[in-house]
Design a binder for this molecule. Structure first.
Ligand SMILES: [Zn+2]
Length: 541
């Protein structure tokens, strides 16, 4: 009985299961065979357009029950304004299954066009040393930003006190962040190499047209209009009793040239006289186109004085007053080369102060042309450009210093430039250069990574041409930089410019300054100079 009951239950269970499966299958059939909707965007879901560009809809695909109903789709792109930067939506709608189905495409209208910059005035502007550079400005036009012209930034490191080629960079960023740059070159050319252009018109008829120190005296060149066929220069003490006569060579009817030896004169103050047919004429400062100042002439120190109308010079026993004269380049309102991290004037000072202290540890006497961020010591006529007054002071004290140098640091918009440069006087002799080569050899060693731009060179003042000095060559032309040129011309002093590094970018700065490599370069210099003075080098503590 129990077995029969069990059998019935099983049959009922199987039948119900079959019925349930049947219902499920019917439902599934209806579900699968009902109208199907395919609704999708053609093209990108997010479209980017340039401002003012026309919006062309890439289209949409709509299929219901295998039938293409794309043309029934309502496209609404009324929200898109391509004249205005922004993010917009295009909405696609279709009715399906008694409901509205919707798709959205995002349209981004962007401004990717950079402003156009045009220079006012020439691409290259030439300014004479000491004159003012007048900024002509620049124009900016942009496709979208109407106020772009007000956003021009001008980066200008032109220093008309220092001869050289500079760049003025104009940069503008429009409202949408598009950047443009344009560059102008400013060439600061040397003043006409005539020391007295401001009083040329006052000159008298007897002129000294050239004067330079030689080892034991002065080379002199000039003319006397009223001469008697022979030319004579007389050097006398102020009482006009102790006179020395120098016969000059005749160049032509009016011109003479020759040397006057001064190193064997007794100490004292002297006047110079030029002999003419009718009279002897005391040399007036207005007669001198070329005002040499002071120099070591063998064992004598000879200093010319232009304080009064008549030129005098003082002969005295020579003695060095300093072992080292350091000119920390630039200062005051002249920051020197600029870079992202530090003003050159500041770096030059840091390095110079370090070197001063180190020389003093060796018992040496050091003079610095400045000890702070001011422009420091200057000399000469008040109307001169600052750089000339600085060069003059450098020569004046350089005469009584065994070693004279200027510390500088380079910077360039061309950030691929790196390494050191040493700029020497064009006329420097081989003995002097041998010390410089020792320093350059040591610098090359210290520089083991950033060596692409290492060089010892000099420049032609008239053409700006750079000449390598690596071959021990001598060039007899005038120096490019006032701090090299004037100390040599007016004081017989050989100065040298050390450009320890290019510091155009952060990588340079980190290698050089943060990692203390500047101290290594200083030590190379200190070791060489200390040894040149015959002193044993002491390592830094
Ligand atoms: Zn400099």
């Amino acid at each position: 009985m129990k077995k029969v009951l069990n059998k019935k239950i099983i049959i009922i269970f199987i039948v119900s299961l079959a019925l349930m499966l049947l219902v499920a299958s019917i439902l599934l059939y209806f579900f699968l065979t009902r109208d199907k909707l395919v609704f999708k965007l053609i093209g990108e879901e997010v479209l980017t357009l340039d401002v003012y560009e026309q919006y062309n809809d890439p289209g949409i695909q709509a299929i219901i029950d295998k039938e293409d109903v794309s043309s029934d789709v309502i496209v609404d792109y009324s929200l898109v304004d391509t004249n205005k930067v922004g993010t917009y939506e295009v909405i696609y709608k279709i009715n399906y299954d008694k409901k509205e189905v919707q798709l959205v495409r995002t349209v981004k209208v962007v401004d990717s066009e950079s402003p156009v910059l045009t220079l006012k005035g020439n691409e290259e502007i030439v300014v004479e040393e000491g004159n003012v550079y007048q900024e002509p400005g620049c124009n900016a036009v942009d496709n979208y930003d109407p106020k772009v012209n007000d956003k021009i930034q001008i980066i200008n490191h032109v220093n008309t006190n220092v001869v050289g080629v500079y760049e003025v960079v104009y940069t503008v960023v429009d409202d949408s962040g598009n950047k443009s740059s344009i560059t102008r070159q400013v060439v600061v050319k040397p003043k006409d190499d005539n020391e007295i252009d401001d009083y040329t018109s006052l000159m008298s008829s007897n002129q000294i047209t050239n004067m330079s120190f030689i080892d034991d005296g002065v080379y002199i060149e000039g003319y006397v209009k009223d001469n008697n066929g022979s030319f004579k220069i007389k050097v006398c003490k102020d009482n006009k009793k102790d006179c020395v006569n120098y016969d000059m060579n005749k160049k032509d009817d009016y011109y003479y040239y020759g040397n006057i030896k001064l190193s064997n004169l007794d100490n004292g103050t002297y006047y110079m006289w030029i002999e003419s047919k009718t009279a002897e004429k005391v040399v007036n400062k207005l007669d001198m186109q070329y005002r040499i100042v002071r120099a070591k002439l063998n064992d004598k120190l000879v200093t010319f004085n232009y304080d009064n109308d008549n030129v005098t010079f003082i002969v005295d026993d020579f003695a060095y007053q300093y072992d080292i004269l350091i000119d920390p380049g630039h200062g005051g309102s002249d920051p020197g080369a600029s870079n992202e991290t530090i003003d050159e004037k500041q770096l030059n000072l840091i390095q110079s102060l370090y070197e001063k202290e180190r020389y003093e540890e060796h018992g040496l006497k050091v003079l610095m042309l400045r000890n702070d961020l001011t422009y420091g010591m200057t000399m000469g006529e008040s109307t001169w450009p600052a750089v000339r007054k600085k060069a003059y002071a450098l020569g004046f004290y350089g005469v009584v210093s065994k070693i004279t140098y200027s510390n500088h640091h380079n910077s360039s918009l061309d950030t691929t430039l790196s390494g050191w440069e040493i700029i020497v006087p064009a006329t420097s002799n081989k003995e002097y250069l041998s010390t410089i080569y020792k320093i350059s050899d040591r610098w090359t060693n210290t520089y083991n990574t950033l060596e692409e731009h290492t060089r010892v060179y000099t420049r032609n003042y008239n053409t700006g041409t750079i000449f390598s000095k690596e071959n021990n060559d001598l060039y007899y032309f005038t120096d490019y930089y006032a701090v090299l040129r004037l100390p040599y011309q007016l004081f017989n002093v050989n100065n040298v410019l050390f450009e320890g590094s290019y510091l155009s970018n952060k990588a340079d700065f980190e290698w050089y300054y943060t990692n203390n490599n500047w101290k290594k370069l200083s030590e190379d210099k200190i070791r060489t100079y200390v040894e040149a003075l015959g002193i044993e080098y002491i390592e830094p503590k």
